[in-house]
Design a protein around this ligand. Structure first.
Ligand code: SAM
Ligand code: SF4
Length: 445
């Protein structure tokens, strides 16, 4: 019996898939990447943008056509809006939320799926008191030997006016710090080199359990101590934080420990004060710039990434100019620039989507050009210097080359290097810089 899991969306969806995989493999399935050979096929969906949801519809239409020729069971999970859930129930054999993951084997059996798995096996092992986050206790089957995602927080209480997350993942719940630290310790012990702490609003960690649980800075501090004690080399990242909760003590803690990577992904969404209010971001431009100043002061080598939305309801040319100005001023190394798409249920879905697709494309191109310029200027300053990188994979585009990343998550193509280096740290001398990547050679080569 073979199962194919198609993951759409962000690292949180990938992390969801790693846990779904454990349950499915526990049922006796063998995982396949080939949809055509699967008996059980599922999609871990993302509702943040309409594009990802359109993909789910096109997949399930295709899979349902296959059912005319062979037995096939389909499921969908991940981040699903109530409006899509109703439609999915008519299209998929099974729709489940991540907090229902422990019940997946039973639910599949009810869909007529024969399994070699004892359903009780998994359920007995789980503590049942917190129904909403049971899935954290399912041990993930990590997709890599050297990189891992560790969820620390689920859901969001911020309710930005454009965003689907509070409706797909629910309210904020922090995972027990003891469980997080145990998972990190185990990964480090197994030689994992890159660990990303995940949450929809990762730095609001602990706010739902004030007084009982560590703060986000407290958690980072414990991870840093664990790193010092382990004597091992690894980098710890976190994503995505919200500027509102990005306190100075978080930045101070990152400065204090070698294993806490000097890379900050801090979504700003817009460079315009009024737009930020319209988006219900609950922070202003000055507050954002103050955090950037703190980062520059305390983490001088840190790279800066952000998320920006263009074409939000009512965005004027002048407001877009303010986003452009902020991008010039900060000089981000990376920006994930998204064209706004209304999400049913989010507050802005009731507002006019009045920026035309062409205007959105033009605005995205404008910001993208700024990003490429600032990123290239930074990269050019790296030429001739040596940086530590983690080698990720062979380069599909260039024979004999490897793809690696610096601590700041900048992509470095290493020419003429052996695939045996994948998963290891290497020192690389940068030989040339491009807009969003660098090229280098092994130091000492
Ligand atoms: N929690 C993070 C924050 O506060 O910025 C972001 C998490 S959100 C799941 C990931 C990104 O998707 C956002 O930063 C935003 O840029 C983008 N996004 C969310 N809703 C969107 C929408 N309706 N249209 C376009 N992009 C959207
Ligand atoms: Fe969405 Fe805002 Fe929550 Fe980020 S903080 S997940 S953008 S509602």
């Amino acid at each position: 019996m073979k199962c194919c899991i198609v993951t759409l969306g962000c690292q949180m969806n990938q992390s969801d898939s790693e846990r779904i995989r454990s349950v499915i493999e526990g049922m006796g399935y063998v995982l396949t990447a080939v949809e055509e050979e699967a008996d059980l096929i599922g999609v871990v969906a993302c509702s943040v943008r309409q594009k990802a949801i359109d993909k789910v519809y096109s997949k399930i239409r295709k899979w349902n056509r296959w059912k005319n020729d062979r037995p096939l069971v389909t499921f969908v999970s991940g981040c699903i809006l109530p409006a899509d859930e109703e439609k999915f129930l008519k299209l998929f054999d099974l729709v489940f939320r991540m907090n229902e993951l422990p019940e997946l084997p039973t639910a599949l059996q009810q869909c007529g799926v024969a399994t070699e798995f004892s359903t009780r096996h998994l359920l007995d092992e789980l503590e049942r008191e917190d129904e909403r986050t049971d899935f954290w206790q399912v041990e993930p089957t990590y997709g890599s030997d050297f990189e891992a995602f560790v969820p620390i927080q689920n859901g969001c209480d911020k309710f930005c006016s454009y965003c689907a997350v509070p409706y797909t993942r629910g309210r904020e719940v922090s995972r027990a710090s003891a469980d997080i630290l145990a998972e990190v310790e185990k990964l480090v012990g197994n030689g994992v080199k890159s660990i990303t702490l995940l949450g929809q609003n990762v730095n609001s960690y602990g706010l739902d359990k004030k007084g009982e649980e560590l703060s986000f800075a407290g958690l980072l501090n414990q991870v840093g101590e664990l790193g010092n004690k382990s004597g091992k080399d690894f980098w710890v990242y976190f994503t995505s934080p919200h500027p509102r909760d990005m306190t100075r003590d978080v930045i101070e803690t990152i400065a204090q420990y070698g294993c806490l990577a000097k890379q900050i992904h801090l979504p700003v969404q817009s460079g315009d004060e009024e737009m930020l209010r319209h988006m219900n971001r609950n922070h202003g431009i000055d507050a954002y710039k103050k955090i950037i100043a703190d980062i520059r002061e305390l983490l001088p080598t840190a790279t800066l990434f952000t998320d920006i939305i263009v074409g939000f309801s009512g965005e004027t040319d002048e407001q877009l100019e303010n986003s452009a100005r902020l991008m010039e001023e900060v000089g981000f190394n990376m920006a994930y620039i998204a064209k706004y798409s209304p999400r049913p249920g989010a507050r802005s879905a009731e507002w006019p989507d009045d920026i035309t697709p062409q205007q959105k494309s033009e605005r995205l191109a404008k910001l993208s050009a700024i990003l490429k310029r600032t990123s290239r200027a930074h990269n050019e300053r790296m030429v001739g210097k040596t940086y530590r990188v983690l080698v990720e994979r062979a380069d599909k585009r260039m024979e004999g080359a490897l793809v690696s990343r610096t601590e700041g998550r900048l992509l470095v193509r290493i020419l003429q290097a052996s695939e045996g280096l994948i998963g290891t740290f290497q020192d690389v001398r940068i030989t040339s810089a491009a807009e969003l990547s660098l090229t280098g050679e092994l130091a000492g080569a």
